[in-house]
Design a protein around this ligand. Structure first.
Ligand code: GLA
Length: 381
């Protein structure tokens, strides 16, 4: 931790879309997300005593104090309060203040509105207290807030990319050691493509049961593999052969979930190679493979999402489509030639409306800066 210079006026953190590497980030695997040009902004103002959190999106106003040990309430404000608690737990003396949050990251869509609230709040509180953290510590603090106080058992992907992303790049993160590589999105044929995010409007939440159950299943399978092969640290370095060797010791569900994760890590490596080579068709194939694995093995898709993926793949200029984020609703990520994004979006929306009678929101995204790059740009002004 170090003492900061002049505080910035606003602390903005983006949402994210994961290109590939789903449910691999809590068993030591690989993920390949990018930040999107939608953000949460935290503004901090002095107060006489205690802390107050308000939001442009929610009516609830939350007041708390440094010695408040009450449990989470289940409201939106648990996210910033969880962050406050983790900042205080570091021994940082945060002066009394009000934090107001606003922004345009779609909520409950699997685009990390939670992580964008956490990271923007953490930056606001830390800067207000004259402190700062390096990117890994900042992301880990926000993950702890979500895991411990909010009670959502998320991995590290969202908080990390929201913190550390760089414009024009996807971020290949090794979740075991948090080493990462920035992969340019403008290489070869990829320069002619955009990421189109389609929101099924089926609400997604990491805090609810399904995510927790999947995580437990993976931990069971990982435990069985590690018992048989003690040199293996986690699913991130397990092989299908090792999984087959313990197949008789785990349930069929556990077997399928682990199969998804092991094959998904291979697909992320393949996708990263495709990106380095600027090979849009190969990246698209990896994305489709990922979706099928989620649908059939991890089983975290829903009919609306499968419909969006199947439809997208019939449309001109689409190289790949998949469920993105925590699953059980939320969004699809589509790799689409930029020249086709207008017609693609229109046709996808029309087909969805016809089939489900509701409008899918579509966001055409380029890879945006993470919170630290935004802060740096802000402070340079
Ligand atoms: C949610 C979690 C992440 C990750 C994804 C699935 O977004 O917050 O940590 O596990 O689901 O890949």
């Amino acid at each position: 931790m170090s003492t900061a210079a002049t505080p910035a006026r606003r602390y903005a953190a983006p949402g994210r879309v994961n290109l590939i590497g789903e449910h691999t980030d809590y068993t030591g695997g690989l993920v390949l997300p990018m930040a999107i040009p939608y953000e949460t902004v935290a503004e901090v103002a002095p107060r006489d005593a205690g802390y107050r959190f308000t939001s442009a999106s929610f009516d609830e106003v939350r007041e708390t104090a440094a010695d408040d040990t009450s449990a989470a309430t289940g409201e939106w404000s648990d996210y910033p309060v969880g962050v406050l608690r983790e900042v205080l737990a570091l021994g940082v003396a945060v002066p009394p203040c009000e934090v107001h949050l606003s922004g345009n990251v779609p909520l409950s869509a699997g685009l990390s509105s939670s992580a964008s609230i956490e990271v923007s709040t953490a930056l606001a509180l830390l800067r207000y207290a004259g402190a700062s953290l390096h990117e890994k510590e900042l992301a880990l603090l926000c993950q702890r807030a979500e895991n411990r106080y909010v009670g959502a058992p998320s991995g590290i992907m969202d908080q990390f990319v929201v913190t550390a992303a760089t414009q024009g790049h996807a971020l290949l993160l090794h979740t075991r050691d948090l080493e990462y590589e920035l992969l340019p999105m403008n290489t070869g044929a990829l320069a002619e493509c955009s990421i189109v995010v389609a929101n099924s409007m089926v609400k997604h939440s990491v805090a609810t049961g399904d995510y927790r159950v999947r995580r437990q299943e993976l931990e069971n399978g990982q435990g069985a593999i590690r018992k048989r092969f003690p040199q293996v640290r986690d699913l991130g370095e397990s092989t299908l052969e090792q999984l087959e060797a313990v197949r008789g010791e785990v349930s069929h569900e556990v077997y399928l979930r682990c199969k998804h994760v092991i094959t998904e890590n291979t697909r992320v490596r393949d996708a990263a190679e495709a990106m380095r080579a600027g090979d849009a068709a190969r990246l698209g194939r990896a994305m489709v493979g990922s979706h099928l694995s989620q649908r059939d093995d991890f089983q975290d898709s829903v009919p609306e999402i499968d419909f969006l993926v199947d439809t997208a793949l019939t449309l001109p200029g689409c190289h790949g489509a998949r469920l993105t984020g925590g699953g059980f609703g939320g969004c699809t990520a589509n790799l689409v030639e930029t020249a086709h994004t207008g017609a693609f979006s229109e046709k996808l929306r029309a087909a969805y409306r016809e089939r489900y009678g509701k409008d899918a929101e579509i966001y055409v995204c380029t890879a945006a800066d993470g919170a630290l790059a935004r802060l740096k740009a802000e402070e340079a002004q």
